[in-house]
Design a protein around this ligand. Structure first.
Ligand SMILES: [Zn+2]
Length: 558
């Protein structure tokens, strides 16, 4: 289909107007297409991606059902620009929140095939009235005659092409998966297989490869492996975590030959498939990993320490999401929380690969065992929450938001300060001035350790705290700066937190993440989502709303 239709701009933002007939589409960048640009300008001149608009006259329905959400969109076809919503939108999920609001999330689709990253959410209040709509859809795909969704390639052929495109090793973490999608990329719309390839090894990958379903060409690929950060690996020995005594939930395992053993397997939480900690045995393969097992209920050896912290911190993060947000595990459905410790050799990193956390032992010079940091564990596990909610695409601004939300919940859960990584820095690193990985309170106080990333700085190589210091990086470097530009929105969160406290900050951010944000949301969208969440929770004109606006003003995001 890409030959049939060339769109000038791939993505556009959807908004529904609060001005009487203000429902319009707006383009993020230059646009000649069908949108009502005038109305958009009235909206918000600074942000060229207006997203959020509330209905002044909410429309009441018999129930907050997906069918009624569609009915609403059908009536507003001309204002939203989403033609034929029956045909072009597919219900993804429906969620009711603690305020009694219902959020119906749609995936844009073409002939029933989902358009990658294009989602629209219709929000009902507790009286079954539609109060707002937001999201991003590809406007060029809502025409009738633009699409040929046939495929010459089989899924297996696509997987083969993907494996070779990322130099996948023979040993994969799990079977590659493929999904048939419409993929808007660099101004064209492709019919493609989205292939996920996951492996460990020297350069672990959780790759998403988009293979043209007709030519077999690789259109685009990115590594969605979410690192704590990309740090240098050096020689040395990871030694001991901080020595605190931890209470753990463990399980007895009876083995025929060796009798009773004890495993770091916690099945004490109702509705949760378990908190499980594995020993990765200092190799690069997950094939040899086994559940972490000891001879007694006491795990006090030196080698045990990294496992003890991973296990303990996992439970703390689980408890936080359950108690503060009513969320049962990373997917909200009780999925097992799996950590692997002692990964690689002297490995200065931790990651979330889409299914579990992996922690290195650190090299003992720059870092110690990364599982020692509750903020690090909270960061990695929050990536799991994000994957199962907004699913922010891991590159450019949406990727920086993914990183930023992971940091914000990192410091909300490890709540003694607003710094990331203070518990995993090795004594030598501390002595030379590297005391944290990132700082939300003062991003400028930390130097970007990676030289290549630093070369894109306009601020002397420190983490940015304002859009004026935004690092313009190609996607080939740190996914376009996901670990760097995240500091700008991190700092906004810190400023808001100073005004309203951690609890409310967490409530607002969690709501924005799970209710409003979509895969391609950018910084400006995030501001709107966060402000709207504050309005929902604390009311229009509240101190919380003012704080949210002020926080983003201060970092130059409008
Ligand atoms: Zn991360």
């Amino acid at each position: 289909m890409k030959k049939k239709f060339i769109a000038p701009v791939a993505l556009s933002a959807l908004l529904v107007g609060s001005i009487p007939v203000g429902n319009v589409f707006a383009k993020p960048t230059e646009s000649k297409a069908v949108s009502n640009v005038q109305a958009v300008k009235k909206w918000n001149e600074k942000a060229n991606v207006p997203l959020f608009v509330k209905e002044r006259m909410a429309e009441k329905f018999s129930s907050s059902s997906p069918a009624n959400a569609l009915n609403y969109l059908k009536k507003k076809e001309n204002q939203t620009g989403i033609k034929n919503p029956d045909k072009n939108l597919k219900v993804k999920d429906t969620k009711k929140d603690q305020l009694g609001m219902t959020h119906v999330r749609f995936n844009q689709s073409v002939n029933g095939i989902p358009v990658e990253g294009s989602e629209v959410i219709v929000h009902f209040n507790k009286n079954d009235e539609v109060v707002s709509v937001n999201g991003r859809i590809n406007q060029t795909l809502t025409e009738d005659d633009t699409v040929d969704t046939s495929a010459a390639l089989s899924s297996d052929q696509a997987i083969k092409a993907a494996l070779s495109a990322v130099n996948a090793p023979d040993e994969l973490t799990y079977e590659p998966t493929s999904e048939f999608v419409v993929y808007p990329f660099e101004g064209e719309n492709y019919t493609a297989y989205k292939v996920n390839v996951n492996f460990m090894g020297d350069e672990p990958g959780n790759w998403f490869v988009f293979v043209d379903a007709n030519t077999g060409k690789v259109i685009d690929k990115y590594n969605g492996l979410m690192h704590a950060d990309d740090m240098k690996t050096q020689k040395g020995v990871g030694k001991g975590v901080h020595g605190a005594l931890r209470e753990l939930h463990i399980s007895q395992v009876k083995e025929p030959k060796s009798g009773t053993k004890f495993a770091l397997a916690d099945y004490a939480h109702k509705g949760l498939d378990g908190i499980l900690t594995y020993d990765a045995k200092n190799d690069n393969s997950s094939a040899n990993d086994t559940l972490y097992v000891g001879n007694s209920a006491s795990f006090k050896g030196d080698y045990d320490r990294a496992a003890v912290d991973a296990h303990y911190n996992s439970e703390k993060v689980y408890d936080y999401y359950l108690n503060e947000h009513g969320r049962n595990s990373l997917d909200g459905k009780g999925m097992a929380i799996v950590s692997r410790v002692h990964y690689g050799n002297n490995y200065n990193n931790a990651s979330w690969n889409g299914r579990w956390m992996t922690y290195g032992d650190g090299d003992g010079e720059f870092m110690i065992s990364l599982s020692a940091g509750l903020d690090v564990a909270a960061h990695e596990m929050t990536h799991g929450v994000i994957t199962n909610s907004a699913n922010l695409v891991y590159r450019n601004q949406s990727g920086a938001l993914n990183e930023s939300f992971a940091d914000v919940f990192g410091v909300l859960i490890d709540d003694e300060d607003w710094e990331m990584g203070e518990d995993i820095m090795a004594p030598a690193a501390k002595a030379s001035g590297s005391t944290v990985l990132r700082s939300l309170s003062n991003p400028n106080s930390v130097i970007v350790a990676n030289e290549q990333r630093r070369s894109y700085s306009t601020n002397g190589g420190v983490y940015p705290d304002h859009m004026d210091e935004f690092y313009n990086m190609p996607t080939s470097v740190d996914g376009g700066g996901v670990h760097v530009n995240s500091s700008i929105t991190n700092h906004a969160a810190y400023l808001i937190g100073q005004e309203i406290g951690r609890h409310k900050l967490g409530q607002i951010y969690y709501r924005a993440l799970t209710v409003y944000l979509t895969p391609n949301s950018n910084f400006s969208d995030a501001r709107k989502a966060i402000v709207q969440s504050a309005v929902d929770l604390y009311g229009e004109g509240s101190a919380e709303v003012k704080a949210a606006n002020a926080g983003f003003d201060a970092v130059g995001i409008y």
